[in-house]
Design a protein around this ligand. Structure first.
Ligand code: EPZ
Length: 425
């Protein structure tokens, strides 16, 4: 079983004020890799994944899959081979789901493959209550019997049966759970108001390679003809659009000029449009994006939306950029009810940000000064790193383990672009 390395005491020290220059390779998307690793539970054959990011959430999921009975072999830093001849114990325990909510992605595959799953209910987290009622309603529509007991979801079905599932509101992992479950159901499933995120489309592409019959992925209506069994497949995970967007902001905020390699510009349409409105120069081609110096930066309002809108996972980073832009603007976080945990820390560094419900009002530009700050979740923590890059003096970011969940080698990548950043172990 792979060991999970947790280094709760790691900190990042950043000496701000250095502009970034050069090229950086974007890693594979964490939020595509996670459902794709879980999809390996759907078949006894081997599923090979390439471009899997080397991040802690992947290690956590691999540990869970191993406990369930999957053989997970690491073929290289970014290559995994998984096979699950038999599910030995269809249970995702509290201990793991608590550390990573995405563990809930094993629910659909387990019920579909072995007719039974026991998965701890995730509970709230730093960014909101985040229930999974839409996943459960959908699985119930496919005929699963769902019981909630002792903090666990128990789902069972002799064989799932295709049905029409209309999500009351968009859910990314809910759509993914249903896609996986419906692939092995008897008959046709139609998912309405499905998530259109590139990670969902990429999961569908893997499932099709495994023999699933899926049409419409990437649109709000997805049709799945269930098959008797799925088989071996190889797949390359798409580039991480959120990591890419984070580096674009890093360049913008330091007045730098960088090129992203191994990136998919089509996945960043709303982000590129927003950054251009701010005044940044952005050019794109097949597999690359170049961002140039755009000073002075203009303040531009933003509302987060499901894809193809501006992603909530880049809201905190965009907010830091707005602290350096001229004028006032408003950010409306429409996806999660509590995703402003970075605001008090940014204020301590000198930002002028007012909060009212789902909205943040930012006045800029305000000079930022380095400070000791504490990260509360993955994207909040990277926003503090960005603020540190723009600030005068030294910033010390605590609780870096949040960052390690989803960013591969962030300090090495930033160092290569000229940032003064180091990890203190
Ligand atoms: C995925 O989370 C991502 N995680 C998140 O990335 C991302 O922020 C989010 O989608 C939105 O894009 C993975 O892909 C592993 P949702 P998910 O279900 O699927 C509410 C990151 O930093 N909701 O689309 O859990 C929910 O509370 C992370 O990498 C229900 O009420 O998000 C939220 O307000 C964090 N009931 C909204 O819907 C449900 O059954 C959207 O959540 C499901 C969701």
């Amino acid at each position: 079983m792979p060991r999970i390395q947790v280094r709760p005491v790691d900190r990042l020290r950043i000496e701000g004020g250095k502009s970034l220059h050069g090229s950086v390779r974007v890693s594979g998307a964490k939020n595509a890799a996670l459902p794709e690793l879980a999809a390996a539970l759907l078949t006894a054959d081997e599923v090979r994944l390439d471009n899997v990011p080397d991040v802690r959430d992947v290690q956590t999921l691999v540990r869970l899959l191993s406990d369930l009975g999957a053989r997970c072999e690491r073929l290289g830093r970014h290559r995994w081979a998984l096979s699950t001849p038999e599910v030995v114990n269809p249970e995702a325990p509290y201990e793991l789901v608590r550390t990573m909510r995405a563990s809930v992605l094993v629910l659909g595959p387990l019920v579909a493959r072995c007719g039974r799953a026991r998965v701890s209910l995730p509970g709230g987290c730093a960014i909101g209550a985040r229930p999974i009622d839409r996943h459960l309603d959908g699985l119930a529509k496919l005929g699963a019997e769902i019981k909630l007991e002792h903090g666990y979801v128990e789902a069972s079905a002799t064989r799932l049966t295709g049905a029409t599932v209309e999500f009351s509101d968009v859910t990314v992992t809910g759509t993914e759970n249903l896609l996986m479950a419906a692939s092995l159901a008897r008959g046709t499933t139609v998912l309405k108001n499905a998530a259109q995120e590139p990670e969902v489309t990429d999961l569908a592409a893997l499932l099709v390679r495994m023999g699933a019959r899926i049409e419409g992925a990437g649109s709000p209506t997805i049709t799945i003809e269930g098959v008797e069994a799925l088989h071996a497949a190889e797949h390359r995970v798409i580039p991480d659009r959120i990591e890419a967007g984070t580096f674009l902001v890093a360049a913008a905020i330091t007045g730098g000029k960088i090129t992203l390699e191994d990136v998919e510009p089509a996945h960043l349409g709303a982000v590129i449009e927003q950054l251009r409105a701010v005044g940044l120069t952005i050019e794109c081609g097949a597999g690359w994006i170049r961002i140039g110096n755009g000073r002075p930066l203009r303040a531009v309002d933003l509302a987060t939306r499901p894809f193809p809108g501006f992603p909530t996972d880049l809201q905190a980073q965009y907010m830091v950029l707005m602290t350096q832009a001229g004028g006032a603007c408003e950010l409306d976080e429409t996806i999660f009810e509590n995703r402003f945990m970075h605001v008090p820390e940014l204020r301590r560094m000198g930002a002028s940000i007012g909060l009212a419900g789902s909205k943040a009002a930012i006045e800029g530009p305000t000079p930022l000064t380095g400070a000791e700050v504490t990260a509360s979740d993955l994207r909040a923590s990277v926003s503090l790193v960005l603020a540190g890059l723009a600030a005068r003096g030294e910033t010390l970011v605590h609780r870096v383990y949040h960052l390690d969940r989803g960013y591969e080698g962030v300090e090495e990548k930033l160092q290569a672009l000229g940032a003064r950043i180091e990890r203190i172990r």
